[in-house]
Design a protein around this ligand. Structure first.
Ligand SMILES: [Zn+2]
Length: 170
């Protein structure tokens, strides 16, 4: 019996992201993403808030099954461009023996952004590779449709690259 499965290794979450990306490519529109949850000043844990924002952007509550996310401060990247004191957050979604890793930082417009962390093609260090703003972006990434995404602005300036890495910008 011929198999219709192109990528049998994808987890249900990844498969749903790929399906959403193909739907966006076909129709030109993505499913709406609600407004980001607010940080409750004084009573809210910042890492828990960052995790809630990622859940919202990826519409994980509509996925139909609980999705575990492990969130902790990042050891390498600052929270703000050029910052020194506050650390970025790294969010890990376990996925069938692998993991999807996201780096949460603020961009120049002070907007919380999520980058998928992957190995640098040159120095093999884990660096922010692709900005993921919605579930469809994640699907494009998994489909290797990177031309549609354009790469993360934080890829070149990541201090996680090896010192001599040619991808490292000044
Ligand atoms: Zn590198």
């Amino acid at each position: 019996m011929p198999s219709t499965t192109i990528t049998p290794a994808l987890s249900p979450l990844e498969l749903a992201a790929v399906t959403a990306a193909m739907s966006r490519a076909r129709t030109g529109t993505a499913a709406p993403v609600g407004p980001d949850p607010h940080l409750q000043r004084g009573s809210d844990d910042v890492l828990a808030w960052v995790e809630r924002v990622l859940r919202c952007r990826l519409r994980l509550s509509s996925f139909g099954r609980p999705t575990a996310i492990h969130t902790e401060p990042d050891r390498v990247h600052p929270l703000l461009p050029g910052g020194q004191y506050y650390r970025a957050a790294v969010l890990t979604i376990p996925c069938q023996g692998r993991a999807l890793n996201f780096l949460a930082t603020y961009d120049e417009r002070r907007r919380l952004v999520f980058d998928l962390v992957d190995r640098c093609p040159h120095c093999r260090q884990p660096v922010p590779t692709e900005e993921i703003n919605c579930f469809e972006d994640l699907g494009d990434y998994l489909l290797q449709a990177r031309d549609a995404l354009g790469g993360s602005p934080r890829f070149r300036r990541s201090s996680a690259h090896e010192t001599a890495c040619p991808a490292r910008g000044n």
